[in-house]
Design a protein around this ligand. Sequence first.
Ligand code: RIB
Ligand code: CA
Length: 331
Amino acid sequence: MAIEKIILDVDTGSDDAVAIICAALSSKIELHSICTVWGNRPLSQTTENTLRVVDMLGIGESVKVYPGCETSMVSTLLQNRRGGYDGQRKSVNGGEKVSMHQETIDELPPSHTKAQEKRAVMHYVETLMNGADGEFTLVPVGPLTNIAMALRVEPRIAKKVKQIVLMGGGCRRTNSTAAAEFNIWGDPEAAQIVMNCGAKITVVPLDATHNACINSDEVEELYKLGTPAATCVADMVKHRIAAYSYLQPMARLDSAPIHDALAVCSLIDPAVLKDVRLVRCDVDISGGIADGQTIVDPRAYTDLPKNVDFAFDADRDRFSALLFSILRGEN
Ligand code: RIB
Ligand code: CA
């Protein structure tokens, strides 16, 4: 299998942390660089969290981290459209507000590697335009602000990339609002630009990630692996299970999706995704009640051209086995 050379775009975040670890440790992926973006937390914190993971992995010399956009392209211009970061802290029946996302990765010490001076948007344009056609795969697992901005600066990058594999959206599942998934809701205009840029795109939505949950028995097995990376993954998943069991219980109560890691793992073994279909997908940018919703049209006779491969399901056991094999250094 060919090695996939990727630029990861993260808003780290506990599942982003697991995604970085999978990308860094798998022999099937060459992690070229990491761009950070606002999202789960403000950019300064998503960048610091990213650098902590990079330091834990000891890859700071070879994998550069480029800070990206501090806010969405234009969505904040519509007043009252966003709840801000606090909007992501939710409570059930008026109980304590908790975040589904890791805020600071306290399990890891403060970073010593520094982020690059160059910003992510410039990094994308320069790296992709100077690279060979089809050299890079982009893997955005946060709001799509950086890549949409880069596409506005240099639209030809759409033809330079091999593909874009993004975590975001949902057909029958949502999380941030009744209509929308967080990464798309965070910057709907950016998502609409990326989905229609003409590149080959695979969408790994909540429909897939919610069917690929890791459970607390597996967390115990992860701790037994005993490596810093496996311990970090175990810590992240444990945190997620606690938040999900309260806010968004999955079919198995002591389990949680590791959204962003599933997107990365689909590059190592595409069969972790199931029921992948070429469909028309657009994003609601109305600013109304469906703001940020991914409108998925699975009909054969779509009105507009089909633009993305959309994963409607996932193979949980296969994903779990792959995660363990990566952490054991076997994949
Ligand atoms: O909806 C899931 C996405 O939102 C993930 O990328 C997670 O990290 C959060 O940003
Ligand atoms: Ca993320």
